[in-house]
Design a protein around this ligand. Sequence first.
Ligand SMILES: [Zn+2]
Length: 143
Amino acid sequence: MYQISRSIYRELEADILEDRQWGDGPTNRERVLRACEAAVHRLTTDRHYFAHPSRTLFKDIRGFFPMSAQLHVHRVVDRYMTFAAEYLATRPTAVMELTGQKLECRATTRKGSPCQRMPLPRNGYCPSHQHLAETEEVTLAAA
Ligand SMILES: [Zn+2]
């Protein structure tokens, strides 16, 4: 999974703007790589609350590229982030392996403790809490 951030970086590397001579701290290249890693990490660990992964990452890094490269950057980011999201959505065990976190339903039980049943990869809720995912979609659509 973390190879994805490397792949995004490799495809974009050549277009990254040169650093200013007086620049201190991380270089543009380091910033781009870190932003890619952060986005992929967030997608892996916080997928259900990360609404627009492609848009977010593009916004984070676009400033490090010239105008002429913006379209290319957007395409690369969108292609890989879409791939990563689909990969995670169809492989529930992959998330567990990547993060070391046990997969648990996102719902809270009536007693107020987290529901610990195995969630469906599609939306992160267990079979008995599927109705919550529907409510969520309605809320998102109305927003
Ligand atoms: Zn549940």
